[in-house]
Design a protein. Structure first.
Length: 305
């Protein structure tokens, strides 16, 4: 089934060129189907890029999804046209009475700040609390994963000596979980971060389950509340060229930028990136939608609690 997206969203035309079937609101209203309502709180600087990356992954489910975009009232993005934000995003304050089957909260370029020093921290924690009673299952990505683990469970983050940057092999610790259905024993995940969380902190908390990790990059996935919350420290949603663009951007302004590991063919930045994570990324998002959203959410969305 197609995705229901706001009319004229740039991702629609971009994804049509990839033969991904998407449908705008005008056409979707002609179908008598109860779609799953998914809300995305997009904190990344390049909003349109992140929208397209996430919609690409969500498009593989056979279920019809209605996608909404949330923004913060306490933060004005600098890298996305205000017209785009006004047309496609709504403030949390406007959406707080609504309920959603699933939610995705993205990373943000603030990870080297203390959580309480982030200018929109108060609004973020309000959203974290709201999600627990208004959303069936929530994916927290990268900085949002660290922030959610800190706010809900008191898990601290720690600075890294150098940036965790590249594609790293991950090991599933409980292959029987539905989120890993169809997975291989090892899967790849992009990472781009300056901080980390420690496995010992996760293991000491009985409310948290460490479900995937890497000998190179540490904790990668944590589950809580029987799958109503997933915390993913990497970026399975990244497009093939995302790390390449980030590397070349930073290389032009600093002299301490290292190559992303396990990324370029023969570790040569003049060669093409090796895409080793896309299949498992599609599988993980499909499993999340099927087993933790569709199978768990009530037909009457107002009964989510």
């Amino acid at each position: 089934m197609p995705l229901r997206l706001p009319d004229k969203l740039p991702a629609i035309e971009l994804l049509k060129h990839e033969n991904i079937f998407v449908m705008d609101d005008s056409r979707a209203h002609m179908q008598d189907i109860r779609p799953l309502k998914i809300v995305i709180l997009n904190l990344m600087p390049l909003k349109i890029t992140t929208e397209t990356d996430l919609i690409r992954l969500l498009s593989n489910t056979p279920l019809q999804l209605e996608i909404s975009f949330m923004k913060l009232k306490s933060h004005t993005p600098k890298n996305t046209p205000i017209e785009h934000m006004m047309m496609f995003y709504r403030d949390f304050a406007e959406m707080r009475k609504e309920k959603f089957d699933g939610m995705i909260i993205t990373g943000a370029p603030v990870e080297q700040l203390e959580f309480e020093d982030v200018t929109y921290w108060d609004e973020m924690t309000d959203i974290f609390d709201w999600a627990r009673t208004h959303v069936t299952s929530t994916l927290y990505i990268c900085w949002a994963a660290q922030a959610g683990l800190y706010y809900h469970y008191g898990i601290p983050k720690y600075p890294l000596q150098k940036k965790m940057f590249g594609i790293f092999p991950q090991h599933t610790l409980d292959p029987q979980l539905p989120i890993f259905r169809g997975f291989d024993d090892v899967f790849q995940m992009p990472h781009s971060r300056h901080t980390e969380i420690h496995r010992d902190d996760i293991l000491r908390n009985p409310d948290l389950t460490l479900i995937a990790e890497s000998p190179e990059c540490g904790v990668s996935m944590v589950m809580a509340r029987n799958g109503r919350e997933f915390f993913i420290t990497g970026h399975l949603e990244y497009a093939p060229d995302t790390l390449d663009r980030e590397y070349r951007r930073d290389r032009d302004i600093r002299d301490d930028v290292e190559l992303p590991r396990h990324y370029y063919y023969q570790d040569d930045p003049e060669q093409h990136p090796l895409v080793t994570w896309r299949a498992h990324a599609n599988l993980l998002y499909n499993n999340w939608i099927n087993y933790y959203v569709y199978q768990e959410t009530p037909f009457d969305i107002n009964k989510i609690e």
